[in-house]
Design a protein around this ligand. Sequence first.
Ligand SMILES: Nc1ncnc2c1ncn2[C@@H]1O[C@H](COP(=O)(O)OP(=O)(O)O)[C@@H](O)[C@H]1O
Ligand SMILES: [Mg+2]
Length: 249
Amino acid sequence: MSLIELANISKSYKSGTSKVEALKEVSFTVDRGEMLAIVGPSGSGKTTLVNIIAGFLTPDSGKVYLKDVDISTYSDGQRAKLRSDFWGYIAQDYLLIPSDTAYQNIEIPLQYTDKVKRSDRKKKVYEVAKKLGIEALLYKKISSLSGGEKQRVAIARAIVNDQEVILADEPTGALDIENRDHVVEALRELQSVHDKTVILITHDLEVAYNCDRIIRLHGGYLVEDRVLNSGDKEDDYDLAVAEDAYRDS
Ligand SMILES: Nc1ncnc2c1ncn2[C@@H]1O[C@H](COP(=O)(O)OP(=O)(O)O)[C@@H](O)[C@H]1O
Ligand SMILES: [Mg+2]
């Protein structure tokens, strides 16, 4: 049994009179404990895909299975519950509340779950802050933090409720190399030490090549799905050939 299975997912947007096909019949499975990179140029459908997995969007056709259960027919309420209990979502622009403190932001998923008792919330926030080395920031407002600090707060919020799967949409996009590497290390540690499954969307092939597997989107099509071996580097991968192969198959 796969942890997650996407089966023939298609999604289009209407803008005015035109229609944008953001995802076209995308299928793949994710096993528990994988660290998976989703890459592809801007506009290739990465954010749409992760929003469908997290249940912010419903596909036009196709199914999403979580442990063999079809969650694409879930109600809004059921999907919201999965987001607080199961998916740890790190949005492209963090989606932190700038006028609140780090503590208040990290606590949010705990307010929507019955997994953690109210009296244990503070302990959970402190535990996760310690894990990410941000205890000293807890009572600072988000608006006063640096990019790298905000990022760690966003990661803390994504794991405070012991969510099993971390969905991170370009979490290193706005960071310098040093902070980028810290974030990648933190995500890798979640996978290797804390048994999380990590799905990481990135533009940055150096980040992608630190993962275990790469899925590449292009124009809404899945054009590559490859397990990486240690030492694999960005190679002379021929996008056009791969794309034709997938379209014909
Ligand atoms: N809300 C929306 N309304 C209309 N078009 C959208 C919307 N969101 C995304 N798109 C379009 O769908 C395509 C895929 O977008 P997106 O999933 O954001 O790609 P990526 O994250 O890879 O940049 C793009 O052409 C984008 O312009
Ligand atoms: Mg995006």
